[in-house]
Design a binder for this molecule. Structure first.
Ligand code: NAD
Length: 277
C-alpha cells in the first residue's frame, strides 16, 4: 500500500529532513555537549554557527569537517559569553550571514567546585555571567526574529543541578536553577508566536567540564579521584552510566521538530534517573 501523498511530498513531524535549512546558533559548541548538539543539527541538515574557545586550527577542523560531512553551512563566532556586547555581535553576525536565526541553543557553561566560605567571588561572577546571563543576552536578540517568522526554538542546556543541588557547587546550582526560571518565563512570553523555549537537564557527561571537576571534587570531599567517579558522579545516576553527547544531540533535535511543537517551558531531565530518587 502506498503511504498517503502528503507524507511523501512534505517532510512532516519526525521526518528525517524536516529541519533541513533551519539556521541555528549553538553557544559553547567547540567541545562536549554543544559540539554533540551542533553535530546532530548539521546531520539533520541545519546550518550552524559554532561558538566557544579553543585552538584556532582545531576549531577550523571541526567547522570544515561538519560542513563537508553534512553539506551545510557552518560558521564560527569567537564571542565570549561573559561579554554582552560580543553576544550581540555574534547574533548579528549569524543574522547577516544566514538571513535569520531559527534555533538558539544556550549551552556555554563553566564550573567551579569549592566550599562557599572560600569560593572565589570572581568565579561566582563568571559562572553567573556565562551559565545564566548569556542566555538572556542571546535570547533577547533572537526573539524578535523568531516572532517575525512565527517559528523558533530556544533550548537552554541547564543541568540536573537546575533541579537538585550538590555541595560545593553554589554558583553553578544557583545559575542552573536560574536558567530554569528564565526558560519558563520566556516560554510564556513567546507561546503564541510559534516559538518553544525548553531546558535540557543533563546528568553527568564525560566532557572536559566534568574531567576538570574530578580533582576539585576529590579535594573538596577529601577522597580519591576514582572514588569521585564511582561514589559521587555515577552514584548520582541509577543507570551508573555517563550520559553521552550523542544522546543530548538527539534530544535537542527532537525539541526542534514539529513533534515537539506543543512542548514549551519544560525542564527535561536526561540524567539516567538521578532526580527520580
Ligand atoms: P565543555 O567544557 O566540554 O564545553 C563548554 C563549551 O563552552 C566549550 O566550547 C567552551 O569553549 C565554551 N565556553 C566556555 N566559556 C565560554 C565563554 N566565556 N564564551 C564562549 N564559550 C565558552 O563542557 P560541557 O560539559 O559540554 O558543558 C556544556 C554545558 O552543559 C554547560 O552549560 C554545562 O553546565 C552543561 N552541563 C554539563 C554536564 C556534564 O556533565 N558535562 C552536565 C549538565 C550540564
Amino acid at each position: 500500500m502506498q503511504p498517503p501523498e502528503r507524507d511523501v511530498a512534505m517532510p512532516g513531524p519526525g521526518s528525517a529532513r524536516e529541519l533541513a535549512g533551519k539556521r541555528a546558533i549553538v553557544t559553547g559548541s567547540t567541545s562536549g555537549i554543544g559540539l554533540g548538539i551542533a553535530t546532530a543539527f548539521a546531520k539533520a541538515g541545519m546550518h550552524v554557527m559554532l561558538n566557544g574557545f579553543g585552538k584556532a586550527e582545531e576549531i577550523e577542523a571541526i567547522r570544515a569537517g561538519l560542513a563537508k560531512s553534512y553539506g551545510v553551512t557552518v560558521l564560527y563566532s569567537a564571542a565570549d559569553m561573559s561579554k554582552p556586547a560580543e553576544i550581540s555581535a555574534m547574533v548579528l553576525a549569524a543574522e547577516q550571514a544566514f538571513g535569520g536565526v531559527d534555533v538558539l541553543v544556550n549551552n556555554a557553561g563553566i564550573q567551579h567546585v569549592e566550599a562557599v566560605e572560600t569560593f572565589p567571588p570572581e568565579k561566582w561572577d563568571a559562572i553567573l555571567a556565562i551559565n545564566l546571563s548569556s542566555a538572556f543576552h542571546a535570547t533577547r536578540h533572537v526573539v524578535p526574529m523568531m516572532k517575525a517568522r512565527k517559528w523558533g526554538r530556544i533550548i537552554n542546556v541547564a543541568s540536573a543541578h537546575g533541579l537538585v543541588a550538590s555541595p560545593f557547587k553554589s554558583a553553578y546550582v544557583a545559575a542552573k536553577h536560574g536558567v530554569l526560571g528564565f526558560t519558563k518565563t520566556i516560554a510564556l512570553e513567546t507561546a503564541e508566536h510559534g516559538i518553544t523555549v525548553n531546558a535540557i537537564c543533563p546528568g553527568y557527561v564525560l566532557t572536559p567540564l566534568v574531567q576538570k571537576q574530578i580533582p576539585e571534587t576529590a579535594k573538596a570531599r577529601g577522597i580519591t579521584e576514582e572514588q569521585v567517579i564511582k561514589d559521587v558522579l555515577l552514584h548520582a545516576q541509577p543507570t551508573r552510566q555517563f550520559v553521552t553527547t550523542e544522546q543530548l544531540g538527539a534530544v535537542a533535535t527532537f525539541l526542534c521538530g514539529e513533534g515537539a511543537a506543543s512542548i514549551t517551558g519544560i525542564a527535561l531531565p536526561v540524567e539516567g534517573g538521578w532526580t527520580a530518587q
